[in-house]
Design a protein around this ligand. Structure first.
Ligand code: BGC
Length: 475
């Protein structure tokens, strides 16, 4: 058996900076982010919000990138998705540097550009050694024949913008409020203009923000359980953050497009929601859940439609949004749900979720057809091409990863060939085991297993299957 994909279909893997960089040398250590402070804070660990694992003991990609890039090449990948750490590039506050900003009628920024003079000042404030090191990594990916897919923001904020511990205990005790502060959007605008200029020659495809939906919901809606900073649970705040991230995406989109002329987009992490019975009320609550978790953010970031009271109709439409060239889909799981009179999900919806039957180590429900269902819906509604930027499984024993990968790629092949969904590429998450945010090192997503003591990489059996798929070989 062979899987059928278009000739120019891209196969890759994904990693992110914070999850992989530290661990092999002193130079790689960097504690100037909100995620670092959060993950290592004794009070946050004591509350059980995070694992207590130290992100500084991770894979050591900063030093060992040649080995990982070579492994990716050996798998037959044609692209490599990674990210850069904002705080490493700008360890100090950049807010004193002026930029040209245009605002909408609510005082929200629509366009943020550096002048030549402010660009020069930004350069002075930046860590040039770090920039050179990132260039070395990108060059190495390119000389190994792979495209560079770069995310400029995969979750950690510089600590000078966000104090998640203070925000957690008392939001009003600090000015460093992360995405709840307009300052963060302005600084992100400048950062995006800057990195677009310095890395323009090295990057083939740009991603502004990885999963604004997850940043907002895990940090501000399910904050008490998820362990994501700042660990808040408030629905209004959640959608305020989604609104801020939509503006941030659009500003970064404009800068990266202007500076590089390459494709620019962002990714969300939609689950596939499936009815657990055929009651009309179940369909109704399903639409509502899907709207809040998958659709609200796309309406906002792609169409500029803001439904602040969450009633399904936008109160404000931002016509000066640029949108996106593609939509990244990070698909992991299905949720089966039913109408339930006694439930009160998010204080809004009478819905109950069923437990998974075929589960990952994380307890996420495995459902390969979902990858096509969500992509189909997203393409139909927003008319943009799609990349599967993440798909993979927490499976420490490597017992389910082969089947998971094969079945998802079979579905994807069918969706592309038979249904004509314009999906341009698939990036497995992840190339290597890595620091899995609040869960630390226990959850293992890698095609390569990593021994965190020796930093040794060991190819898992599932990687051999992925290699055959990437190379178009008989399975
Ligand atoms: C994130 C990754 C994470 C993966 C598995 C995605 O939402 O982008 O950073 O490791 O999920 O939890």
């Amino acid at each position: 058996m062979k899987l059928d994909f278009p000739k120019d279909f891209i196969f890759g893997c994904g990693i992110s900076a914070f999850q992989t960089e530290m661990g092999a040398s002193k130079e790689a250590f960097f504690d100037g982010t909100d995620w670092y402070k959060w993950s290592t804070n004794p009070q946050i660990i004591k509350k059980g919000l995070v694992s207590g694992d130290d992100p500084a003991e991770s894979d050591g990609f900063w030093d060992l990138y040649k080995e990982d890039v070579s492994n990716a090449k050996q798998l037959g990948q044609t692209a490599f998705r990674t990210s850069i750490e904002w705080g490493r590039i700008f360890p100090e506050d950049t807010s004193s540097i002026e930029a040209n900003i245009t605002y909408n009628k609510y005082g929200e920024p629509l366009d943020i550009r550096l002048t030549e003079d402010s660009y020069a000042q930004m350069k002075k404030k930046s860590n040039l050694k770090v920039i050179e090191h990132y260039k070395d990594i990108f060059s190495y990916i390119k000389i190994n024949g792979m495209k560079v897919f770069l995310t400029i923001y995969h979750w950690p904020l510089p600590e000078w913008l966000h104090d998640p511990v203070r925000c957690h205990f008392d939001l009003n005790s600090t000015d460093k409020k992360g995405w709840l502060s307009p300052k963060t959007i302005v600084e992100f605008g400048k950062y995006s203009d800057f990195v677009g200029r310095v890395f323009s020659d090295y990057v083939d495809s740009w991603e502004t923000i990885n999963e604004p939906d997850v940043i907002a919901t895990e940090g501000y809606l399910f904050g008490n359980e998820s362990g994501f900073p700042p660990g808040i649970s408030d629905i209004k705040t959640t959608f305020k953050v989604e609104r801020a991230l939509s503006f941030a995406h659009n500003i970064a989109y404009k800068n990266l497009k202007r500076n590089t002329g390459k494709e620019v987009g962002f990714a969300i992490a939609p689950a596939y929601y499936m009815p657990g019975d055929d009651q009309p009320m179940t369909m109704e609550v399903l639409q509502r859940v899907r709207y809040l978790h998958n659709e609200w953010i796309l309406n906002a970031a792609v169409l500029g439609q803001f439904d602040d009271d969450l009633d399904g109709t936008p109160e404000y439409i931002e016509t000066n949004f640029a949108g996106t060239d593609y939509i990244g889909v990070d698909y992991y799981q299905r949720h089966i749900l039913k109408y339930d009179e006694k439930s009160n999900y998010l204080g809004l919806i009478k819905v109950k979720f069923e437990k998974c039957t075929d589960c990952s180590d994380f307890g996420w429900d495995i459902y390969p057809e979902g990858i096509v269902e969500v992509s189909k819906w997203i393409h139909k509604k927003y008319g943009k091409p799609i990349y599967i930027f993440e798909n993979g499984i927490a499976d420490a024993g490597d017992n389910k990863r082969e089947r998971y990968t094969l079945e998802h790629l079979k579905s994807l092949s069918r969706g592309i060939i038979e249904e004509g969904i314009p999906i341009r590429g698939y990036f497995h998450w992840s190339l290597i085991d890595n620091f899995e945010w609040a869960s630390g090192y226990k959850m293992r997503f890698g095609l390569y297993e990593v021994d965190y003591n020796t930093k040794e990489r060991r190819k898992r059996k599932s990687a051999e299957l992925y290699e055959k798929i990437c190379k178009g070989l008989e399975l």
